[in-house]
Design a protein around this ligand. Structure first.
Ligand SMILES: Cc1cc2nc3c(=O)[nH]c(=O)nc-3n(C[C@H](O)[C@H](O)[C@H](O)COP(=O)(O)OP(=O)(O)OC[C@H]3O[C@@H](n4cnc5c(N)ncnc54)[C@H](O)[C@@H]3O)c2cc1C
Ligand code: SF4
Length: 297
């Protein structure tokens, strides 16, 4: 039997197989630990769900992905049980596929535009399969530190260790540049670390990427508020190029009646404190229950 016929046999299962997400953890458990909502797919389930894809000639999932991820190819490889190759393809266009698998708004991007969704059969569960592939890659040691083909003498300073800064660090380091990332916080990751709550994105998932970048030669200068602890000119003088990736870490004040009254807490302050607690930090405002912590009573 030819390759195309074999592929057809494996794929296009949307006709008989319904859309299924990984199982949710029970609410009673989730309210205790604030960990992620979904369990991982079992291997057979990931393959079965990936096999629902119809391998479109013009894949709308891919054209609506901001990274143009080669989704149909890694779905087919997953359906065939070729997970290491699936990971290679998925990571070729994405620095953090396990993070995108968890927090991308797939309903508005790849999954929302999947032809199977459009035809009323329920989308291929692209995000959950992407998460499964990459988590499997981490478990099996397929995710390796960066090893540039050749080192370059030029250095780049990146201000901001959020996903924007880290993705740039990854790409530049792969090209052999000497990369230093500066951040005012004590941990890298930006809003992935201190904004997004753990039930959407558990923090070890972010930290393992930071460690992988460090192991590949990216230097981090943390607790360094550029403009206060170190001047921009000093950074400019140390590097051949500087990238400013400082994000928009600013809450919008609604300014309505009662704003600023005691007991009103900005969401970002709460999230930063609660994410710090999940790292095991002491957070006075949270622990005392006087300000932010009252939300936990
Ligand atoms: C509660 C919440 C939920 C979210 N959920 C999702 C989601 O589900 N899906 C999704 O796609 N997006 C989500 N987002 C948005 C996403 O987190 C941001 O779009 C993303 O983090 C922006 O990345 P960034 O690198 O541009 O900036 P940031 O993540 O903001 O990182 C910027 C970094 O720059 C550092 N910095 C700033 N100024 C200085 C300075 N002067 N010196 C040194 N360092 C500095 C900051 O400390 C920070 O670490 C969410 C955001 C929040 C707050
Ligand atoms: S749009 Fe849907 S069916 Fe078509 S290739 Fe993408 S995931 Fe598969």
């Amino acid at each position: 039997m030819g390759g195309a016929a074999l592929a057809t046999q494996k794929m296009l299962k949307f006709v008989n197989v319904s859309k299924e997400m990984p199982e949710k953890r029970p609410a009673t458990l989730r309210s205790q630990d604030f960990h992620e909502i979904y369990h991982e797919f079992a291997a057979e389930k990931a393959a079965e769900q990936a096999a629902r894809c119809s391998q479109c000639g013009v894949p709308y999932c891919q054209s609506h992905c901001p990274l143009h991820n080669n989704i149909p190819d890694w779905l087919r490889l997953t359906a065939e049980g070729r997970l290491e190759e699936a990971y290679e393809i998925s990571q070729a266009t994405n620095t953090f596929p396990e993070i995108c698998g968890r927090i991308c708004p797939q309903d508005r991007l790849c999954e929302g535009n999947c032809v199977i969704e459009q035809s009323g059969h329920g989308t291929v569960t692209i995000g959950a399969v992407e998460k499964y592939i990459t988590d499997t890659a981490w478990e099996n040691g397929w995710v390796k530190p960066i090893k540039p083909m050749a080192e370059r003498a030029e250095s780049v300073g990146i201000i901001g260790a959020g996903p924007g800064g880290l993705a740039a660090a990854d790409v530049l380091r792969r090209k052999g540049y000497q990369v230093t990332v500066y951040d005012r916080y004590d941990r890298a990751g930006g809003l992935l670390t201190y904004g997004i709550p753990g039930f959407k994105l558990e923090k070890p998932v972010v930290m393992q990427r930071v460690e992988q970048l460090e192991a590949g030669g990216v230097s981090f200068v943390l607790n360094c508020n550029v403009g206060v602890d170190l001047s921009f000119d000093a950074i400019r003088g140390q590097h051949d190029a500087v990238l400013i990736a400082t994000g928009v870490y600013k809450a919008r004040d609604v300014g309505g009646p009662g704003a600023g009254a005691s007991g009103i807490v900005q969401a970002l302050d709460y999230l930063t404190a609660s994410n710090r607690k999940s790292f095991g930090d002491d957070v006075e405002a949270y622990d005392s229950g006087e300000t932010i912590g009252f939300l936990n009573r």
